[in-house]
Design a protein around this ligand. Structure first.
Ligand code: ADP
Ligand code: MG
Length: 260
């Protein structure tokens, strides 16, 4: 074991940046006749930001869900921080606690206040004292710019504010990794940037992130790598500038010509 310095409680900056955190090895999955994940192989290192793009139906969401074990896989393996994903039980609960997930549709608890949305899991799962959980939640809400909304119910917030609360909620568990599946696609255009800015901030602070998004500005600014998926396969894997400026496959060229 290499020596490691304890990270401050409010920071997720890894002291072991660069080591493999997520190892996806020969992963296959079918839905009936559909080969939805076809021999997926990739490694995401600590502190790395990977953007996954590709046409609708190419398997991006399924891949995210498989990483978080919301979906089973047929064969291959997914390892997070050296631990192979468990099938069930306590190991699975721990895995879910360590992997933050932000969805397109916010998924806040409608009947809890903004503050309660952020403190719920730390209190229940991490057994944090309410006072500490509240303080930490306010700090995170501050960081995503919605601390003044803490006492409101989610429905009273704009979509952009709700999504920033969802990000704060995932950060409250001190995750090793955050998965985001099209976090800005349900937002009105004028709210997209406020969420992207928060995501760029996380990336700058060294959070390991896997982000499904078609926001090229974010990918160019924050991503270390782009994975282009089509028909259940990773067709291209490259640095953002290389991918966007010099796509190699016809699939990627065709896709980019439609979205750029
Ligand atoms: P993407 O996120 O890239 O749009 P998805 O991973 O959501 O793609 O879906 C990939 C393919 O798998 C699609 O053709 C979709 O219809 C299919 N699919 C997704 N979930 C299921 C399911 N639970 N049962 C059957 N087919 C599914
Ligand atoms: Mg999807």
């Amino acid at each position: 074991m290499e020596p490691s310095v304890p990270a401050p409680a409010t920071s997720n900056i890894s002291v072991r940046r660069g080591e493999p955190l997520v190892v996806i090895d020969h992963v296959d999955k079918h839905y009936g006749d559909l080969h939805v994940l076809n021999d997926i192989n990739t490694v995401v290192n600590r502190g790395e930001v990977v953007v996954v793009i590709g046409p609708s139906g190419s398997g991006k969401s399924t891949l995210c869900r498989a990483i978080n074990r919301l979906e089973t896989i047929d064969s291959g393996s997914i390892t997070i921080d050296g631990e192979k994903l468990p099938e069930e039980g306590a190991g699975l609960a721990k895995l879910r606690a360590d992997v933050g997930m932000v969805f397109q549709s916010f998924n806040l608890f409608a009947h809890k206040t903004v503050l309660e949305n952020v403190t719920l899991a730390p209190i229940r799962v991490r057994k944090m004292a309410r006072k500490d959980a509240d303080a930490r939640a306010m700090e995170l809400l501050e960081r995503v710019g919605v601390a003044n909304q803490a006492k409101k119910m989610p429905a009273q917030l704009s979509g952009g504010q709700q999504q920033r609360v969802a990000i704060a909620r995932s950060l409250a568990m001190n995750p090793k990794l955050i998965l985001m599946d099209e976090p800005t696609s349900a937002l009105d255009p004028e709210m997209i940037n406020e969420v992207l800015d928060v995501m760029i901030g996380l990336a700058d602070q060294g959070m390991t992130m896997i982000v499904v998004t078609h926001e090229m500005g974010f990918a160019r600014k924050a991503a270390d790598r782009v994975l282009f998926m089509a028909d259940g396969r990773i067709v291209e894997e490259a640095a953002p500038a290389e991918f966007f400026d010099h796509p190699k496959s016809d699939r990627a060229k065709d896709f980019l010509s439609k979205i750029l």
